[in-house]
Design a protein around this ligand. Sequence first.
Ligand code: HEM
Length: 405
Amino acid sequence: MSNHSPEGMPAILVPVQELESREARLDPFPWFSTMRKASPVRYDATRHSWDVFCYDEVLAVLKDHDTFSSVRPKLGPRLLGSVIGEDPPKHQQLRNIVSRAFTPKTVADLEPRIKAIITDLIDQAIEEHGHFDFVAKIAVPLPVIVIAELLGVPIDDRPLFKHWSDVIAKGATENSMSGLATLMSEKTQAKEELDSYFLHILNERRVDPKEDLISHLVQAEVNGEHLRDEDLLEFCILLLAAGNETTTNLLTNTVRRYCEDPSLQVYLREHLEAIDVATEESLRFYSPIQATNRYATKDVQLGGHIIHEGDQVVVWIGSANRDEQQFVAADTFVMDRHPNKHIAFGHGIHFCLGAPLARLEAHVALPAILERMYAMHFEMDGTLQPIPSSLVYGTSQMEIAYRLP
Ligand code: HEM
Protein backbone atom coordinates (compact mmCIF):
# COMPACT_ATOMS: atom_id res chain seq x y z
CA MET A 1 0.00 0.00 0.00
CA SER A 2 1.39 3.37 -0.93
CA ASN A 3 0.91 6.56 0.96
CA HIS A 4 1.28 8.71 -2.09
CA SER A 5 -1.56 10.19 -4.01
CA PRO A 6 -1.07 10.31 -7.77
CA GLU A 7 0.17 13.63 -9.10
CA GLY A 8 -2.73 15.64 -10.40
CA MET A 9 -5.33 13.96 -8.18
CA PRO A 10 -7.50 16.65 -6.58
CA ALA A 11 -6.30 16.70 -2.97
CA ILE A 12 -9.86 17.10 -1.88
CA LEU A 13 -10.61 13.52 -2.96
CA VAL A 14 -7.69 11.97 -1.14
CA PRO A 15 -8.53 10.87 2.40
CA VAL A 16 -6.96 12.83 5.21
CA GLN A 17 -5.19 10.34 7.45
CA GLU A 18 -6.38 11.99 10.64
CA LEU A 19 -10.03 11.68 9.56
CA GLU A 20 -10.16 8.03 8.62
CA SER A 21 -11.74 6.44 11.68
CA ARG A 22 -15.51 6.29 12.18
CA GLU A 23 -15.18 8.42 15.32
CA ALA A 24 -13.14 11.12 13.58
CA ARG A 25 -15.56 11.23 10.64
CA LEU A 26 -18.53 11.66 12.97
CA ASP A 27 -16.66 14.21 15.05
CA PRO A 28 -13.74 15.82 13.21
CA PHE A 29 -14.06 18.96 15.31
CA PRO A 30 -11.53 18.14 18.06
CA TRP A 31 -8.92 17.56 15.34
CA PHE A 32 -9.81 20.86 13.65
CA SER A 33 -9.46 22.61 17.00
CA THR A 34 -6.00 21.08 17.53
CA MET A 35 -4.94 22.15 14.03
CA ARG A 36 -6.21 25.72 14.43
CA LYS A 37 -3.99 26.06 17.49
CA ALA A 38 -0.96 24.02 16.39
CA SER A 39 -0.71 24.50 12.59
CA PRO A 40 -3.40 26.77 11.18
CA VAL A 41 -1.76 26.48 7.75
CA ARG A 42 0.17 23.28 7.03
CA TYR A 43 1.55 21.28 4.12
CA ASP A 44 0.52 17.60 3.97
CA ALA A 45 3.13 15.77 1.90
CA THR A 46 0.97 12.64 1.68
CA ARG A 47 -1.73 14.49 -0.23
CA HIS A 48 0.59 17.04 -1.88
CA SER A 49 -1.62 19.73 -0.48
CA TRP A 50 -1.86 22.69 1.85
CA ASP A 51 -4.58 22.72 4.51
CA VAL A 52 -6.04 25.93 5.94
CA PHE A 53 -8.00 25.72 9.19
CA CYS A 54 -8.73 29.21 10.62
CA TYR A 55 -11.65 31.42 9.64
CA ASP A 56 -9.62 34.50 8.63
CA GLU A 57 -7.22 32.59 6.40
CA VAL A 58 -9.99 30.50 4.83
CA LEU A 59 -11.87 33.69 4.04
CA ALA A 60 -8.71 35.32 2.65
CA VAL A 61 -8.27 32.40 0.23
CA LEU A 62 -11.92 32.37 -0.88
CA LYS A 63 -11.94 36.16 -1.42
CA ASP A 64 -8.77 36.25 -3.49
CA HIS A 65 -9.85 34.35 -6.58
CA ASP A 66 -7.00 35.86 -8.64
CA THR A 67 -4.38 34.17 -6.47
CA PHE A 68 -6.41 31.10 -5.51
CA SER A 69 -7.94 29.72 -8.68
CA SER A 70 -10.80 27.22 -8.95
CA VAL A 71 -9.41 25.80 -12.19
CA ARG A 72 -7.40 22.64 -11.85
CA PRO A 73 -4.09 23.20 -13.58
CA LYS A 74 -2.97 19.58 -13.86
CA LEU A 75 -4.06 16.75 -16.09
CA GLY A 76 -6.82 14.33 -15.21
CA PRO A 77 -10.58 14.14 -15.71
CA ARG A 78 -12.55 17.21 -14.76
CA LEU A 79 -15.24 16.03 -12.41
CA LEU A 80 -17.09 19.14 -11.49
CA GLY A 81 -16.68 21.67 -14.22
CA SER A 82 -19.10 24.44 -15.00
CA VAL A 83 -19.24 27.57 -12.81
CA ILE A 84 -17.68 25.96 -9.78
CA GLY A 85 -14.46 25.01 -11.59
CA GLU A 86 -13.99 28.21 -13.59
CA ASP A 87 -12.31 31.57 -12.96
CA PRO A 88 -13.37 34.99 -14.29
CA PRO A 89 -14.31 35.95 -16.96
CA LYS A 90 -15.80 32.57 -17.97
CA HIS A 91 -17.09 32.03 -14.43
CA GLN A 92 -19.13 35.24 -14.51
CA GLN A 93 -20.61 34.48 -17.94
CA LEU A 94 -21.79 31.05 -16.87
CA ARG A 95 -23.00 32.28 -13.51
CA ASN A 96 -25.04 35.07 -15.13
CA ILE A 97 -26.84 32.62 -17.36
CA VAL A 98 -27.55 30.23 -14.60
CA SER A 99 -28.71 32.90 -12.19
CA ARG A 100 -31.08 34.22 -14.85
CA ALA A 101 -32.66 30.78 -15.16
CA PHE A 102 -32.44 30.11 -11.45
CA THR A 103 -34.02 33.28 -10.08
CA PRO A 104 -35.43 33.89 -6.59
CA LYS A 105 -38.87 33.65 -8.21
CA THR A 106 -38.12 30.25 -9.79
CA VAL A 107 -37.08 29.05 -6.37
CA ALA A 108 -39.97 30.66 -4.45
CA ASP A 109 -42.46 29.19 -6.90
CA LEU A 110 -41.31 25.73 -5.82
CA GLU A 111 -42.63 26.18 -2.26
CA PRO A 112 -46.06 24.55 -2.73
CA ARG A 113 -44.46 21.62 -4.58
CA ILE A 114 -41.88 21.15 -1.82
CA LYS A 115 -44.73 21.17 0.75
CA ALA A 116 -46.63 18.51 -1.18
CA ILE A 117 -43.52 16.36 -1.62
CA ILE A 118 -42.48 16.49 2.06
CA THR A 119 -46.05 15.70 3.17
CA ASP A 120 -46.07 12.60 0.96
CA LEU A 121 -42.65 11.50 2.12
CA ILE A 122 -43.62 11.84 5.80
CA ASP A 123 -46.91 9.99 5.17
CA GLN A 124 -44.97 7.10 3.63
CA ALA A 125 -42.30 7.10 6.34
CA ILE A 126 -44.66 7.05 9.31
CA GLU A 127 -46.89 4.36 7.87
CA GLU A 128 -44.37 1.92 9.26
CA HIS A 129 -43.42 0.92 12.82
CA GLY A 130 -42.62 4.03 14.81
CA HIS A 131 -39.11 4.20 13.41
CA PHE A 132 -37.47 4.55 10.01
CA ASP A 133 -34.25 5.54 8.29
CA PHE A 134 -34.53 9.30 8.02
CA VAL A 135 -31.81 9.47 5.34
CA ALA A 136 -33.39 6.95 2.96
CA LYS A 137 -37.01 7.95 3.50
CA ILE A 138 -36.82 11.75 3.65
CA ALA A 139 -33.43 13.42 3.36
CA VAL A 140 -32.39 11.68 0.13
CA PRO A 141 -35.64 11.76 -1.86
CA LEU A 142 -36.70 15.35 -1.11
CA PRO A 143 -33.83 17.20 -2.86
CA VAL A 144 -33.61 14.63 -5.66
CA ILE A 145 -37.32 15.05 -6.51
CA VAL A 146 -37.04 18.85 -6.29
CA ILE A 147 -34.00 19.02 -8.60
CA ALA A 148 -35.57 16.55 -11.02
CA GLU A 149 -38.67 18.75 -11.22
CA LEU A 150 -36.62 21.93 -11.54
CA LEU A 151 -34.54 20.51 -14.36
CA GLY A 152 -37.60 18.92 -15.91
CA VAL A 153 -36.39 15.32 -16.05
CA PRO A 154 -38.66 12.31 -15.44
CA ILE A 155 -39.17 11.43 -11.79
CA ASP A 156 -38.89 7.74 -12.61
CA ASP A 157 -35.19 8.28 -13.25
CA ARG A 158 -34.63 9.17 -9.58
CA PRO A 159 -32.67 6.01 -8.66
CA LEU A 160 -30.29 6.71 -11.55
CA PHE A 161 -29.80 10.27 -10.32
CA LYS A 162 -29.12 9.14 -6.82
CA HIS A 163 -26.53 6.67 -8.05
CA TRP A 164 -24.75 9.20 -10.27
CA SER A 165 -24.73 11.97 -7.71
CA ASP A 166 -23.37 9.56 -5.07
CA VAL A 167 -20.51 8.45 -7.30
CA ILE A 168 -19.61 11.98 -8.33
CA ALA A 169 -19.62 13.27 -4.75
CA LYS A 170 -17.77 10.25 -3.39
CA GLY A 171 -14.37 10.62 -1.71
CA ALA A 172 -11.81 7.86 -1.47
CA THR A 173 -12.08 5.57 1.53
CA GLU A 174 -8.91 3.70 0.88
CA ASN A 175 -5.59 5.43 1.06
CA SER A 176 -3.91 3.59 -1.77
CA MET A 177 -3.12 4.13 -5.43
CA SER A 178 -5.39 1.28 -6.53
CA GLY A 179 -8.30 2.57 -4.41
CA LEU A 180 -7.92 6.01 -5.93
CA ALA A 181 -7.61 4.66 -9.45
CA THR A 182 -10.83 2.64 -9.02
CA LEU A 183 -12.59 5.70 -7.68
CA MET A 184 -11.47 7.83 -10.62
CA SER A 185 -12.62 5.24 -13.14
CA GLU A 186 -16.01 4.92 -11.37
CA LYS A 187 -16.36 8.69 -11.56
CA THR A 188 -15.38 8.82 -15.20
CA GLN A 189 -17.96 6.16 -16.03
CA ALA A 190 -20.71 7.94 -14.08
CA LYS A 191 -19.85 11.15 -15.92
CA GLU A 192 -20.10 9.42 -19.31
CA GLU A 193 -23.48 7.92 -18.42
CA LEU A 194 -24.77 11.26 -17.21
CA ASP A 195 -23.50 13.03 -20.32
CA SER A 196 -25.40 10.73 -22.64
CA TYR A 197 -28.51 10.88 -20.43
CA PHE A 198 -28.62 14.68 -20.41
CA LEU A 199 -27.59 15.06 -24.04
CA HIS A 200 -30.75 13.22 -24.97
CA ILE A 201 -32.91 15.56 -22.84
CA LEU A 202 -31.12 18.69 -24.15
CA ASN A 203 -31.88 17.66 -27.71
CA GLU A 204 -35.52 17.04 -26.86
CA ARG A 205 -35.87 20.48 -25.25
CA ARG A 206 -34.28 22.21 -28.23
CA VAL A 207 -37.02 20.87 -30.43
CA ASP A 208 -39.81 21.08 -27.89
CA PRO A 209 -39.04 23.62 -25.12
CA LYS A 210 -40.95 23.44 -21.84
CA GLU A 211 -41.12 25.65 -18.73
CA ASP A 212 -38.12 24.04 -17.06
CA LEU A 213 -34.53 24.96 -16.27
CA ILE A 214 -33.05 22.82 -19.05
CA SER A 215 -35.23 24.58 -21.66
CA HIS A 216 -34.10 27.98 -20.30
CA LEU A 217 -30.45 26.95 -20.42
CA VAL A 218 -30.78 25.61 -23.95
CA GLN A 219 -32.22 28.94 -25.10
CA ALA A 220 -29.79 31.17 -23.15
CA GLU A 221 -27.19 33.17 -25.08
CA VAL A 222 -23.76 34.61 -24.25
CA ASN A 223 -22.69 37.36 -26.65
CA GLY A 224 -25.35 36.26 -29.10
CA GLU A 225 -24.31 32.61 -28.97
CA HIS A 226 -26.00 29.63 -27.37
CA LEU A 227 -24.11 27.68 -24.74
CA ARG A 228 -22.13 24.75 -26.02
CA ASP A 229 -23.42 21.25 -25.19
CA GLU A 230 -20.32 20.73 -23.08
CA ASP A 231 -21.19 23.69 -20.84
CA LEU A 232 -24.85 22.71 -20.63
CA LEU A 233 -23.97 19.17 -19.64
CA GLU A 234 -21.53 20.28 -17.01
CA PHE A 235 -24.10 22.58 -15.51
CA CYS A 236 -26.79 19.88 -15.28
CA ILE A 237 -24.31 17.54 -13.65
CA LEU A 238 -23.16 20.24 -11.26
CA LEU A 239 -26.72 20.80 -10.09
CA LEU A 240 -27.12 17.12 -9.37
CA ALA A 241 -23.82 16.76 -7.64
CA ALA A 242 -23.80 20.06 -5.79
CA GLY A 243 -27.48 20.23 -4.95
CA ASN A 244 -28.52 16.79 -3.85
CA GLU A 245 -26.15 15.38 -1.32
CA THR A 246 -25.53 18.75 0.31
CA THR A 247 -29.23 19.36 0.96
CA THR A 248 -29.68 15.75 2.08
CA ASN A 249 -26.96 16.32 4.65
CA LEU A 250 -28.36 19.64 5.79
CA LEU A 251 -31.65 17.89 6.61
CA THR A 252 -29.99 14.84 8.17
CA ASN A 253 -27.50 16.84 10.23
CA THR A 254 -30.22 19.14 11.52
CA VAL A 255 -32.50 16.29 12.55
CA ARG A 256 -29.47 14.55 14.08
CA ARG A 257 -29.02 17.66 16.21
CA TYR A 258 -32.73 17.62 17.17
CA CYS A 259 -32.28 14.00 18.31
CA GLU A 260 -29.13 14.82 20.25
CA ASP A 261 -30.96 17.62 22.07
CA PRO A 262 -34.68 16.84 22.47
CA SER A 263 -35.34 20.20 24.17
CA LEU A 264 -34.61 21.79 20.79
CA GLN A 265 -37.55 19.91 19.25
CA VAL A 266 -39.92 21.03 21.98
CA TYR A 267 -38.81 24.66 21.75
CA LEU A 268 -38.87 24.88 17.96
CA ARG A 269 -42.24 23.18 17.68
CA GLU A 270 -43.65 25.90 19.93
CA HIS A 271 -41.70 28.64 18.13
CA LEU A 272 -41.81 27.71 14.47
CA GLU A 273 -40.56 31.20 13.59
CA ALA A 274 -37.21 30.32 15.25
CA ILE A 275 -36.54 27.35 12.97
CA ASP A 276 -34.73 29.22 10.18
CA VAL A 277 -32.23 30.80 12.57
CA ALA A 278 -31.60 27.40 14.18
CA THR A 279 -31.05 25.95 10.68
CA GLU A 280 -28.32 28.55 10.08
CA GLU A 281 -26.69 27.34 13.29
CA SER A 282 -26.95 23.77 12.02
CA LEU A 283 -25.20 24.87 8.80
CA ARG A 284 -22.37 26.31 10.92
CA PHE A 285 -22.21 23.52 13.48
CA TYR A 286 -22.50 20.50 11.18
CA SER A 287 -21.52 22.01 7.81
CA PRO A 288 -22.59 19.67 4.97
CA ILE A 289 -19.50 20.66 2.95
CA GLN A 290 -16.44 20.57 5.18
CA ALA A 291 -13.88 21.68 2.62
CA THR A 292 -13.27 23.05 -0.85
CA ASN A 293 -10.07 23.51 -2.81
CA ARG A 294 -8.11 26.02 -4.83
CA TYR A 295 -4.81 26.24 -6.76
CA ALA A 296 -2.24 29.01 -6.26
CA THR A 297 -1.65 31.03 -9.44
CA LYS A 298 1.55 32.57 -8.02
CA ASP A 299 3.80 32.31 -4.98
CA VAL A 300 1.95 33.75 -2.03
CA GLN A 301 2.40 34.03 1.70
CA LEU A 302 -0.28 32.62 3.99
CA GLY A 303 -0.10 32.08 7.74
CA GLY A 304 3.68 32.46 7.72
CA HIS A 305 4.25 29.94 4.90
CA ILE A 306 5.05 30.43 1.23
CA ILE A 307 2.56 28.64 -0.98
CA HIS A 308 4.07 28.07 -4.41
CA GLU A 309 2.45 28.63 -7.77
CA GLY A 310 0.47 25.53 -8.80
CA ASP A 311 0.13 24.17 -5.23
CA GLN A 312 -3.20 22.76 -4.13
CA VAL A 313 -4.88 24.41 -1.16
CA VAL A 314 -7.72 22.80 0.78
CA VAL A 315 -9.71 25.27 2.87
CA TRP A 316 -11.54 23.67 5.78
CA ILE A 317 -14.96 25.33 5.92
CA GLY A 318 -16.01 22.97 8.74
CA SER A 319 -13.07 24.13 10.84
CA ALA A 320 -13.48 27.84 10.02
CA ASN A 321 -17.10 27.55 11.17
CA ARG A 322 -15.86 26.33 14.59
CA ASP A 323 -13.16 28.99 14.99
CA GLU A 324 -13.33 30.51 18.49
CA GLN A 325 -11.82 33.75 17.14
CA GLN A 326 -14.95 34.25 15.07
CA PHE A 327 -17.71 32.50 17.03
CA VAL A 328 -18.29 32.79 20.78
CA ALA A 329 -18.67 29.29 22.29
CA ALA A 330 -17.89 27.88 18.85
CA ASP A 331 -18.32 24.24 19.87
CA THR A 332 -21.76 24.88 21.37
CA PHE A 333 -24.95 24.74 19.30
CA VAL A 334 -26.59 28.09 20.05
CA MET A 335 -29.97 27.88 18.35
CA ASP A 336 -30.49 31.66 18.23
CA ARG A 337 -26.88 32.59 17.49
CA HIS A 338 -26.52 36.16 16.31
CA PRO A 339 -24.46 37.24 14.44
CA ASN A 340 -23.72 34.02 12.60
CA LYS A 341 -21.32 34.66 9.74
CA HIS A 342 -20.84 31.00 8.89
CA ILE A 343 -19.38 30.12 5.52
CA ALA A 344 -21.20 26.82 4.96
CA PHE A 345 -22.23 28.06 1.49
CA GLY A 346 -18.74 29.35 0.70
CA HIS A 347 -17.77 32.96 0.17
CA GLY A 348 -16.94 35.33 -2.68
CA ILE A 349 -17.60 34.82 -6.37
CA HIS A 350 -18.35 31.10 -5.98
CA PHE A 351 -20.89 31.60 -3.17
CA CYS A 352 -23.41 28.78 -3.50
CA LEU A 353 -25.98 29.43 -6.21
CA GLY A 354 -28.32 26.91 -4.66
CA ALA A 355 -28.36 28.45 -1.16
CA PRO A 356 -31.89 29.93 -1.55
CA LEU A 357 -33.18 26.55 -2.71
CA ALA A 358 -31.47 24.61 0.09
CA ARG A 359 -32.79 27.12 2.63
CA LEU A 360 -36.30 26.91 1.21
CA GLU A 361 -36.30 23.11 1.37
CA ALA A 362 -35.23 23.25 5.03
CA HIS A 363 -37.74 26.02 5.76
CA VAL A 364 -40.59 23.89 4.44
CA ALA A 365 -39.45 20.43 5.54
CA LEU A 366 -38.29 21.01 9.13
CA PRO A 367 -41.56 22.46 10.54
CA ALA A 368 -43.47 19.63 8.83
CA ILE A 369 -41.12 17.08 10.43
CA LEU A 370 -41.39 18.66 13.89
CA GLU A 371 -45.17 18.90 13.73
CA ARG A 372 -45.74 15.32 12.61
CA MET A 373 -43.16 13.51 14.74
CA TYR A 374 -42.69 14.10 18.45
CA ALA A 375 -39.81 13.01 20.71
CA MET A 376 -37.56 12.01 17.82
CA HIS A 377 -34.53 10.03 18.99
CA PHE A 378 -32.02 7.59 17.55
CA GLU A 379 -33.55 4.14 17.32
CA MET A 380 -30.28 2.44 18.22
CA ASP A 381 -27.63 4.59 19.82
CA GLY A 382 -24.16 4.36 18.40
CA THR A 383 -25.16 3.13 14.97
CA LEU A 384 -24.80 6.40 13.05
CA GLN A 385 -22.69 5.68 9.98
CA PRO A 386 -20.64 8.64 8.78
CA ILE A 387 -20.36 9.22 5.04
CA PRO A 388 -16.90 7.94 4.07
CA SER A 389 -15.52 11.28 2.95
CA SER A 390 -13.64 14.10 4.61
CA LEU A 391 -15.25 16.62 2.24
CA VAL A 392 -18.93 15.79 2.74
CA TYR A 393 -20.31 15.72 6.27
CA GLY A 394 -23.33 13.62 7.12
CA THR A 395 -24.49 10.13 7.95
CA SER A 396 -25.36 7.56 5.32
CA GLN A 397 -28.04 6.10 7.58
CA MET A 398 -29.96 7.45 10.58
CA GLU A 399 -32.64 5.25 12.10
CA ILE A 400 -34.97 7.47 14.14
CA ALA A 401 -37.88 6.60 16.41
CA TYR A 402 -40.68 9.04 17.30
CA ARG A 403 -44.21 9.18 18.64
CA LEU A 404 -47.24 10.60 16.93
CA PRO A 405 -48.63 13.89 18.31
C1 HEM B 1 -21.21 26.36 -4.69
C2 HEM B 1 -22.36 24.48 -0.35
C3 HEM B 1 -26.81 23.40 -1.98
C4 HEM B 1 -25.43 24.68 -6.43
C5 HEM B 1 -21.17 25.98 -3.36
C6 HEM B 1 -20.04 26.20 -2.49
C7 HEM B 1 -20.36 25.66 -1.27
C8 HEM B 1 -21.70 25.11 -1.38
C9 HEM B 1 -19.48 25.63 -0.03
C10 HEM B 1 -18.74 26.94 -2.86
C11 HEM B 1 -17.70 26.00 -3.40
C12 HEM B 1 -16.39 26.68 -3.70
O1 HEM B 1 -16.23 27.90 -3.47
O2 HEM B 1 -15.46 25.98 -4.15
C13 HEM B 1 -23.67 24.06 -0.42
C14 HEM B 1 -24.43 23.57 0.72
C15 HEM B 1 -25.68 23.27 0.26
C16 HEM B 1 -25.71 23.57 -1.17
C17 HEM B 1 -23.88 23.45 2.14
C18 HEM B 1 -26.89 22.74 0.99
C19 HEM B 1 -27.09 22.88 2.28
C20 HEM B 1 -26.84 23.66 -3.32
C21 HEM B 1 -27.97 23.47 -4.19
C22 HEM B 1 -27.57 23.80 -5.45
C23 HEM B 1 -26.19 24.24 -5.36
C24 HEM B 1 -29.35 23.01 -3.72
C25 HEM B 1 -28.31 23.80 -6.75
C26 HEM B 1 -29.48 23.30 -6.96
C27 HEM B 1 -24.19 25.26 -6.32
C28 HEM B 1 -23.47 25.83 -7.45
C29 HEM B 1 -22.27 26.31 -6.96
C30 HEM B 1 -22.25 26.03 -5.53
C31 HEM B 1 -23.97 25.90 -8.90
C32 HEM B 1 -21.14 26.98 -7.76
C33 HEM B 1 -21.30 28.47 -7.76
C34 HEM B 1 -20.15 29.18 -8.44
O3 HEM B 1 -19.07 28.57 -8.62
O4 HEM B 1 -20.31 30.36 -8.80
N1 HEM B 1 -22.15 25.32 -2.67
N2 HEM B 1 -24.46 24.04 -1.53
N3 HEM B 1 -25.76 24.13 -4.07
N4 HEM B 1 -23.44 25.40 -5.19
FE1 HEM B 1 -23.99 24.80 -3.35
